[in-house]
Design a protein around this ligand. Structure first.
Ligand code: ZN
Length: 187
């Protein structure tokens, strides 16, 4: 979120919307009761700008221009995101994850209480050892099925071993001999 204080504008009391295009990027500007100009990236590749009611079009355009580096960064991120291959829809991922965890639970004897799903930015899976609840990151929909299977086995193995000591990895390997290659795909 970027902010810039605007001082002493001519009075313009109505709420307005404005579409601005600069260097092929679409900015959807909304004038509302805010003190500062702000920008955030929308999920569709557009940039949403909130502007104080009294801000002028020129001020909005200047604000956009002065933050071109930030805008470029958002465009780059959006391009990377939209180029991703979707291996599963969200619904498919959930079904597949439940199937795999049932299969591996029966093979390993490591049975979770429940599988749940979330979008997470730092972890592919979480195993709550006390409640035996395993959380799977929905972002795995952008990785091949082998990765999902690896994450499930990894989390199931935490039902026996808390940390990532040698004994833990030995257990993972006993179920999945190529786990290192699969882990690599997840970076
Ligand atoms: Zn782990």
């Amino acid at each position: 979120m970027l902010e810039q204080i605007l001082l002493s504008f001519p009075k313009k009391p109505t709420t307005r919307q404005l579409e601005v295009e600069q260097n092929g990027v679409k900015f959807s500007v909304e004038f509302k009761k805010v003190k500062y100009l702000r920008m955030r990236a929308g999920n569709d590749g557009t940039i949403k700008v909130s502007a104080p009611l009294r801000a002028s079009r020129v001020q909005v355009e200047q604000f956009i221009s002065s933050n071109s580096a930030w805008v470029e960064e958002q465009q780059r991120k959006y391009a990377m995101k939209s180029a991703r291959i979707e291996y599963f829809t969200e619904a498919e991922l959930k079904i597949e994850a439940v199937k795999l965890s049932e299969y591996w639970a029966s093979r390993s004897g490591l049975v979770p209480e429940r599988i749940r799903f979330r979008r997470m930015s730092t972890r592919w899976g979480v195993c709550n050892i006390a409640s035996r609840v395993i959380t799977i990151n929905l972002e795995l929909q952008y990785f091949p099925p082998e990765c999902l299977e690896y994450v499930i086995i990894h989390e199931l193995c935490h039902l026996r071993f808390r940390g990532h000591k040698e004994e833990f990895w030995r257990l993972v390997e006993s179920f999945l001999s190529d786990y290192k290659a699969r882990r690599k795909m997840l970076r």
